[in-house]
Design a binder for this molecule. Structure first.
Ligand code: HEC
Length: 251
């Protein structure tokens, strides 16, 4: 019994440790979640003089590692192993020429100091898995909440809001970029939460409601609670333009 309890405790300990290892061994340099739009602005326009980061933020690391290492479209467990093994080799022998971040980002930093002797392989595995899963977790947490259309219609009626339907697809690069840089931006989120109910439709998996038609993804449709189409905007937008669109629809 004692052994069982101990081993359960040990497992929970291992489980929780990715986050705590990040906190104790990485977070002094790699900051926690910062919205992608803010990061881009800081590095591309301000040369890191706005946020004064000491290293890429952890959501930035997570996103780039998943994009650049191994096969992002392959088996997820295998991909995580590939990313963790890259992290391991990087921690023991940092080499900026192997870095995965954008050049504008890396230009702001010296090479990371080696962590050889300061972190064990088990700790790297735990922190590596934590970093691997970080991006998806944060995106979900910070993204606008999506509803099914029927539910959105009821909510829109009750709360006097406008429905925004996003026509998207799994392999649409600009859809994902907008999800990350615009639809997860604090200012945009505030407007969306206040006046809109969001619906997301993967157009290769299900039909758009109300016989709506599209030619490109993403396309954004704005519908009032009487199912009347107010505006249809095809394409991807930056934050300012998207905020303009939302203001226009509200009028
Ligand atoms: C003393 C500061 C510091 C600490 C502590 C630190 N890093 Fe870094 N790290 C950096 C800097 C600066 C860079 C960017 C330059 C580079 O790529 O070498 C970086 C880059 C990286 C990269 C490569 C990023 C790329 O662009 O490819 C990985 C992976 C990484 N760190 C993981 C970690 C992990 C995991 C920890 C904790 C176990 C950690 N780092 C701790 C400063 C640090």
């Amino acid at each position: 019994m004692k052994i069982l309890t101990l081993s359960i405790l040990f497992c929970i300990g291992l489980f929780a440790s990715g986050k705590s290892i990040y906190k104790t061994k990485c977070s002094s340099c790699h900051a926690g979640y910062i919205p992608m739009g803010k990061l881009k602005e800081n590095f591309v326009e301000y040369n890191n003089t706005k946020l004064h980061l000491k290293a890429p933020a952890i959501n930035q690391l997570s996103f780039r590692l998943k994009q650049k290492i191994g096969d992002p479209k392959g088996d997820e467990d295998f991909h995580m192993m590939e990313v963790v093994s890259f992290i391991q080799s990087y921690l023991y022998a940092p080499d900026k020429s192997k870095s995965v971040c954008m050049k504008e980002v890396l230009d702001a930093f010296d090479t990371m100091p080696s962590m050889k002797g300061k972190i064990t392989e088990e700790e790297i595995e735990a922190v590596g898995e934590y970093i691997y899963n970080y991006d998806a977790r944060m995106l979900e947490k910070h993204s606008v909440k999506y509803h099914k259309f029927d539910q959105a219609l009821q909510k829109a009626k009750k709360e006097h809001k406008i429905i925004m339907i996003k026509a998207t697809s799994e392999f649409c690069h600009y859809c994902k970029q907008m999800d990350r840089e615009v639809l997860a931006d604090d200012e945009v989120l505030e407007v969306l939460h206040k006046s809109f109910i969001a619906v997301s439709v993967d157009v290769y998996k299900e039909k758009l409601p109300l016989n709506l038609s599209f030619t490109v993804t993403p396309t954004y449709f704005f519908i009032d609670s009487n199912k009347k189409l107010l505006l249809k905007v095809p394409g991807a937008f930056d934050k300012e333009d998207f905020l303009h669109i939302l203001q226009k629809v509200k009028k």
